[in-house]
Design a protein around this ligand. Structure first.
Ligand SMILES: [Zn+2]
Length: 444
């Protein structure tokens, strides 16, 4: 099997070799200001609820912007004009994704909604035609199979009330983008040419290119960003470059993990790692609780303290070796390309020696995570944290709230039955995938 190749982006920079003359800087700033005006124009005109049907895939916006006369009024080269439109559209799309996420969270946490209400709302948020018609105040007209699924989710719910709720939520959470900064502008290969140890940039004067000598001779052919530092007479050229990473042979796919003390990891497939974690952890915790010398004065010369420290170090090492071994075993068995990990709120369980327990626990949890991070890095595996609230009660198949009993999760809505921790791990995977899709959409 060949090694798996993954592509990540990082930014490289190029710098001007000599200070930019004030007149040239002014010409660059003028482009930056015009690009800002184009962006704000797009935000104002297409950032609202009624423009939602226009922004996917965006040709309508492009056509309307061409007809708007804005470009001619500004006298801006078309390459800068259209790049600014796409940038602004990207921002509007991420704004919508954020809004839908926030509403999804409110739906999960709203106690006045029944499981069927939630199911209905989640359906109409996901189905873009439904979502658009409901926001516009109309009835969705759906093709074939969608029509049936829509009819099914409408059963036994007050769609009128829920649609009103949804519209209110959107109005409340959809923020309009606006930018006041004009610190640079995007440029594509149509608007620049490398040569003579520098770069030639299109300007607003037709056929006149502005030359900037650069400190290096590298050449790129992609969309770049010209960042201006007028006070210092400086520019940087920011270039996103792909960095290919080679995974060890066979590493592919994504896994979601549920994490805990009882068992370090349960995967979305239900496989378990670190089942003895609690034994090692308790050995250490009990030792600390029982043996910690009462007299901690003169700690350095106190023989009791020395013995205690040695004993504690031995148990810590055993725990760490166990954690390291189990993380290695997990990564070598699962061979994932990406690992999703839940971000959990720090909480301490009340107990007898609460203070000691909390201190050791928190530290050990941090240790597991930092070791996992390190070991993923060494293997070029992506580790992504996802929102962890509610992963235990949410159904990983339909999203409704379920019931946990005897370590088993049951969903009253769709009938799913799974080990509780596996259901949680599947939610982590779902959330991780959702996050990735959102990031990919907003980077288009
Ligand atoms: Zn379900």
């Amino acid at each position: 099997m060949k090694g798996y190749k993954d592509t990540i982006y990082k930014t490289v920079y190029q710098y001007n070799q000599i200070p930019i003359p004030a007149a040239d800087m002014e010409r660059l700033q003028e482009i930056a200001r015009d690009c800002r005006e184009v962006r704000n124009y797009v935000y104002d005109k297409y950032g609202g609820i009624r423009s939602l049907p226009k922004i996917y895939p965006g040709y309508t916006v492009q056509n309307e912007m061409t007809k708007s006369g804005l470009r001619e009024r500004l006298g801006l080269p078309s390459v800068y004009f259209y790049l600014s439109i796409f940038d602004a559209l990207g921002d509007i799309k991420s704004q919508w994704a954020r809004t839908k996420n926030r509403i999804g969270k409110n739906i999960r946490e709203n106690p006045n909604l029944t499981p069927k209400d939630r199911h209905y709302l989640r359906f109409v948020i996901k189905q873009s035609q439904c979502f658009e018609s409901i926001l516009a105040g109309g009835e969705p007209k759906l093709p074939g199979d969608w029509k049936k699924s829509y009819a099914a989710v409408c059963e036994d719910v007050d769609t009128h009330r829920l649609n009103q709720y949804l519209r209110r939520q959107v109005r409340r959470h959809l923020d309009r983008s606006h930018t006041d900064t004009a610190d640079g502008f995007p440029a594509s290969p149509k608007s620049y040419r490398y040569g003579d140890h520098g770069i030639y940039l299109s300007t607003k004067e037709s056929r006149k290119r502005l030359f900037i000598p650069l400190t290096d001779n590298n050449r790129y052919a992609r969309q770049i960003y010209i960042r201006l530092y007028p006070e210092e007479g400086k520019v940087t050229i920011n270039i996103p470059v792909e960095v290919r990473q080679r995974h060890p042979a066979g590493y592919a796919g994504e896994i979601g993990l549920a994490v805990g003390l009882k068992c370090m990891f349960v995967t979305d497939q239900g496989r378990t790692y670190g089942e003895k974690y609690l034994e090692y952890q308790s050995a250490l915790t009990d030792y600390v609780r029982e043996r910690l010398p009462r007299h901690r004065r003169n700690a350095k010369n106190n023989p009791g303290m020395k013995k205690y420290n040695a004993g504690k170090a031995r148990l810590e090492k055993a725990l760490h070796d166990y954690v390291n071994g189990e993380i290695n075993r997990m990564l070598e068995t699962e061979k994932p390309e990406t690992v999703y990990y839940p971000k959990l709120p720090a909480k301490s369980k009340a107990g007898v020696n609460r203070r000691v327990n909390a201190t050791v626990n928190m530290w050990q949890k941090g240790f597991v995570k930092s070791r996992l991070l390190q070991k993923c890095r060494e293997r070029s595996i992506g580790l992504s944290e996802v929102f962890g609230k509610g992963i235990g009660i949410q159904c990983s198949s339909c999203g409704a709230d379920g019931v946990k009993k005897d370590d088993t999760f049951r969903c009253p809505s769709c009938g799913l039955e799974l080990p509780e921790r596996q259901n949680a791990a599947r939610n982590v995977l779902n959330r991780g995938r959702g996050l990735k899709e959102e990031q990919q959409k907003s980077s288009l």
